[in-house]
Design a protein around this ligand. Sequence first.
Ligand code: PGA
Length: 248
Amino acid sequence: MSRIKFIAGNWKMNTNKASAIELAKAVAKAAPAGVEVGMAPPFVYLDAVGAAIAGSSVLLGAQDVYFEKNGAFTGEISIEMLKDLGVKFILTGHSERRHVLHECPALVGKKAAAVLAAGLTLVHCVGEKLEERDAGKTLAVVQAHLDELPATVVDPLKLVIAYEPVWAIGTGRNATDAQAQEVHAFIRQALTKKYGKDFADRVRIQYGGSMKPDNAKGLLGQADVDGGLIGGAALKAESFLAIVNAGK
Ligand code: PGA
């Protein structure tokens, strides 16, 4: 099964309006064919970044969302609002949402279900903390995060899993190729149990956590690594594009 790799930048709470536009334009201009490329800027720059990449193949993404359609939810952003700005994919369950903003599994699950129900691509992030890995709980934690997903999903191409070991995020300490492949294979097996083999074979599983130009080729070369979710290295067009090109 050949899956087109999906490399997405998660800009987190970085850039300003001018630098966001500049970065988006530089990536859109040079994004190669043969690999799907996405970028998730801060909410407030989605509109400007969307305009900057208009007409290119680069997909606009959002780092978070609220599951309700509209109403009295101060500070929150709905899926319809994101769609309005041309957003094509939305992250749920990022470790910073789980562990810094204290989102619970029930909330993450509601967000994930809402994104899929709206027909957008879901990038559902899963991954263990260092103490969980050290305690031999990696696969159990990943399974629990996968359990947040709805029992039925229609389109395998609209479901992306990002395996992001928390100890690798922003630390410069990436998972080894073998560590990543082991968990990715487990994720595909879990998806097979939940959704069937044909479905699971088509789902892209991204790796995230200190993916850089110098380790991208090895990680992306693993059988079940179908892309990357890139934080720090996505903030410079040169390093992001080097990773994208490693995924061609
Ligand atoms: P990093 O972040 O590439 O800076 O480690 C990845 C992520 O959190 O998505």
